[in-house]
Design a protein around this ligand. Sequence first.
Ligand SMILES: C[S@@+](CC[C@H](N)C(=O)[O-])C[C@H]1O[C@@H](n2cnc3c(N)ncnc32)[C@H](O)[C@@H]1O
Length: 238
Amino acid sequence: MIDTKHKTDHFKGVGVLNPSDLIGKEYGSIFTVNTKEFYLLKPTLMDKFKALKRKAQIIIPKDAAHIILHCDITPGKTILEAGVGSGGLTTILASMIQPDGMVISYDLRSDFINHAQKNIDNAKLHDFVTIKEKDVTKAIDETNLHAIILDIPNPWDAVKHAWNALETGGTLCTYSPLISQVENTIKTMKQYSFIDIKTFETLYREMIVKEQGTRPSFDMLGHTGYLTFARKVTSELL
Ligand SMILES: C[S@@+](CC[C@H](N)C(=O)[O-])C[C@H]1O[C@@H](n2cnc3c(N)ncnc32)[C@H](O)[C@@H]1O
């Protein structure tokens, strides 16, 4: 919890830290809060992700990692996502396409847009994200996009616009919690010239390693959403 008046952070069960006390200290050095010792380390992308304030359900790292690989999200790429929600996936995408790529994010709701923009500003990624208040099922303004990622309840209604907006070979990805959504989406993808269509889900189970033995954690990140990927080709090839 941040105490803006006194510019200190309160950590439950640990104590109070004034972040300005850490300015000038080297990464790797040790600092203390009350009697407890901590290492000062450079924040990772995962740290930035954990610091996001959540408003809508976000796409979590186990799924985002596959989106990065299957959509080939690398520096310099221009990609579109809808909706922006809390900006969870946006933060990861923007970190991948910098320093000269762009993430264009559509959302219907201004309250989500404002919330996501704050998260993106806090992560210092504003130069790599353009948010538009737009319904992706009505139209997509951009063309020649490298990838489009849809996290909306009815992705099938945006498939036609996605086909028009993607470059040849570009990837469309949809993230849906329900199999019925996947079926509708794939049915529509097949009406356009999308190839290499595949759907899967990922399950994440941490291992607890102790001297007495190693076992899986009792907590497991199971079903979140089904990921569907498809690539655009020109209709003449089919
Ligand atoms: C589950 S949230 C997205 C979360 C986001 N992927 C993240 O990781 O933080 C779904 C968002 O899609 C938006 N949305 C729903 N239908 C839409 C549409 N047709 N066009 C644009 N945005 C839409 C909603 O307003 C909501 O903010």
